[in-house]
Design a protein around this ligand. Structure first.
Ligand SMILES: O=C(CO)[C@@H](O)[C@H](O)COP(=O)(O)O
Length: 224
């Protein structure tokens, strides 16, 4: 397997929104590498969250680490430049929400960000067929998007294995990220299936000690 170095990306969907800068700083200081930024539009998914102004506010607060934007919005393209200007480092989108997938990838990369394709539990991997030479990341959803705190859907493990094979066959450095119901108890199996980038919301932010959960997650990824 040609996995990238493991990254834990806490989803700030489960953070304390009244103290977002402080809580984001706290989770990064507890050992997380990235911040996962969930954008929901009450159209593509049945929930409404945060946008580019909030991302910019985190940058202004002093968050300099990688902010990984997951767009659960339709249409996709018109909001991409705003997120790039606000300070996103990677931007992932759902292919079925984009009118022209290849053009959206070019748009994201042209704005200086890494581009990812996101797959819902029932979205087929055939969307990858003609873009493996372009994308920087594949994000496998292990819950249906829209809400934090859902249970991991086990069929995601087979999907992760299939994506890992495709990434290895491509010979490119493509991150394989998994999002939804990730906990210290299942992260070892998710890693063994081929993932290298792990989004977790409730498992981290609902815990009394962020550093302890992140430490246990890294140990499970290392097979300890
Ligand atoms: O994008 C989503 C949900 O749509 C995720 O990022 C969840 O917010 C992850 O939360 P947990 O399942 O880890 O609580």
């Amino acid at each position: 397997m040609s996995k990238q170095a493991p990254v834990i990306a806490p989803s700030i969907l489960s953070a304390d929104f009244a103290r977002l800068g402080e809580d984001t700083r706290k989770v990064l200081d507890a050992g997380a590498q990235w911040v996962h930024f969930d954008v929901m539009d009450n159209h593509y998914v049945p929930n409404l969250t945060i946008g580019p102004m909030v991302l910019k506010a985190l940058r202004d607060y002093g968050i300099t680490e990688h902010i990984d934007v997951h767009l659960m919005v339709k249409p996709v393209d018109r909001i991409v430049p705003d997120f790039a200007k606000a300070g996103a480092r990677s931007i992932s989108f759902h292919p079925e929400a984009s009118e022209h997938v290849d053009r959206t990838i070019q748009l994201i990369q042209g704005e200086g960000c890494e581009a990812g394709l996101v797959f819902n539990p029932a979205t087929p991997l055939s969307w990858l067929d003609f873009v493996m030479d372009k994308i920087d990341m594949v994000l496998i959803m292990s819950v249906n998007p829209g809400f934090g705190g859902q249970k991991f859907i086990p069929s995601a493990l087979e999907k992760i294995r299939q994506v890992r094979e495709r990434i290895d066959a491509s010979g490119r450095k493509i991150r394989l990220e998994v999002d939804g119901g990730v906990t210290p108890d299942n992260i070892g199996a998710i890693s063994a299936a081929g993932a290298d980038t792990f989004v977790a919301g409730s498992a981290i932010f609902n815990a009394p000690d962020y550093a302890d959960v992140i430490r246990r997650m890294h140990a499970a990824i290392d097979g300890k």
